[in-house]
Design a protein around this ligand. Structure first.
Ligand code: NAP
Ligand code: ZN
Length: 344
């Protein structure tokens, strides 16, 4: 952040900083951003009300604050929640006369205020994707907004995750792995996206012992965690996510299960249904012999709990009408396949 103060200053004259309630105040990221802005005499307003799995209501509240303060660019700081919210707030300030329904309206070539992202978890890769996932309370789930907004700048520094609890590291590192895996077992996978996937899986495999609590993380591990997460974001920016992400949203909504843990639950089953070639590609590069070995790893790293069968059945039924997620899956999906994935 410090090294890029000049480029930050070129984004506008008045920043809206969008962040969560606590962590960015403790890990140094908020201070770094404020100091960079002060050093260039850029005005700023801090909105620190972003909750986990940010809601449409939060986006609208921050929009009011940003419009009143005359903000002309956005800096998202935090995990995927503040970074996603930052993109949605950037859209809603740009279209300041639109109401909340605009978030889910199809518009060709949507615009936004310029967005800078500073990640402080090692999972979503939102700093390099166009996606913003929001909680839609009246539909009791989470959905990506319709607008596709690439951040203008991603300022990625592993120092911000060094004091994060192991639980946050585990949940978010599993999310990063899911991004890579879902981008490979995907109809949109290309040699190009697989190049990022391979590099990302290699970095990921180097710190996986840390996730099991077998050893303390080194500086190199923290670097690899952030690097794998950003590469994983680049993978889904190309190919998109598929069934595990789609299946996870009602689980997070209903039970408050962290995003990575909820997605990871469906990942072994998703891999198991893939062709031998796809299976081998992702398992080998991540350092697992079999899907069963990966399943055990997930259960230990994220703390296994069986989700209520009724909710699993409901999300299984819903995914069968989620055309976007189904279209990305390279194998034929029916109720039986979904049942196998859920019960793996
Ligand atoms: P998060 O919801 O942003 O944050 C989870 C928790 O971790 C919060 O309590 C947060 O505290 C805390 N935290 C953040 N950074 C920390 C740090 N360095 N040290 C200690 N605690 C820290 O978690 P996330 O998993 O990164 O993001 C999940 C969201 O991203 C979901 O809404 C998901 O749908 C979305 N997502 C988006 C994409 C995309 O492509 N855009 C991809 C995958 C997922 P504070 O609240 O105090 O900050
Ligand atoms: Zn994810």
């Amino acid at each position: 952040v410090h090294n890029h103060a000049d480029e930050i200053a070129q984004m506008g004259k008045n920043a809206l900083i969008v962040t969560g309630r606590n962590s960015s105040k403790k890990n140094g990221s908020l201070d770094d951003v404020i100091n960079a802005l002060k050093s260039k005499n850029i005005k700023y307003t801090v909105y620190d009300g972003v909750e986990e799995n940010p809601s449409v209501e939060t986006v609208m509240e921050a929009r009011e604050i940003g419009v009143k303060a005359g903000c002309d660019f956005i800096i998202g700081i935090g995990g995927g929640s503040p970074m996603d919210a930052a993109k949605a707030i950037g859209v809603m300030i740009y279209y300041k006369n639109e109401n909340k329904d605009f978030l889910y309206k199809s518009v060709s070539n949507s615009q936004s205020l310029p967005v800078i992202e500073v990640p402080t978890t090692c999972g979503t890769g939102s700093e390099v994707t166009t996606v913003a996932v929001l909680t839609v309370h009246n539909e009791k789930t989470k959905k990506s907004m319709s607008h596709r907004i690439f951040p203008r700048m991603a300022l990625v520094d592993e120092k911000y995750i060094k004091n994060a609890p192991l639980k946050v590291i585990c949940d978010t590192a599993i999310d990063a792995l899911a991004h890579i895996v879902e981008s490979c077992i995907n109809n949109n996978a290309t040699e190009y996206s697989k190049m990022f996937a391979k590099e990302g899986l290699e970095a990921w495999s180097k710190f996986k012992d840390v996730l099991l609590g077998n050893r303390e993380a080194t500086d190199e591990d923290f670097h690899n965690m952030m690097y794998a997460s950003t590469l994983a974001g680049m993978c889904i920016a190309h190919a998109g996510t598929s069934l595990p992400h789609g299946l996870s949203y009602p689980i997070t909504y209903e039970l408050g299960i962290p995003h990575g843990k909820a997605v990871g639950y469906f990942l072994p089953g998703y891999i198991n249904e893939a062709t031998d070639e796809d299976k081998e590609f992702v398992l080998k590069a991540a350092g697992f012999e079999t899907v069963e070995e990966f399943s055990k790893f997930y259960k230990k790293a994220c703390g296994y709990e069986k989700f209520p069968q009724e909710l699993l059945d409901k999300t299984g039924e819903l995914i069968l009408s989620n055309q976007r997620k189904l279209a990305n899956c390279p194998y034929k999906v029916d109720a039986e396949v979904i049942k196998n994935i859920i019960s793996f």
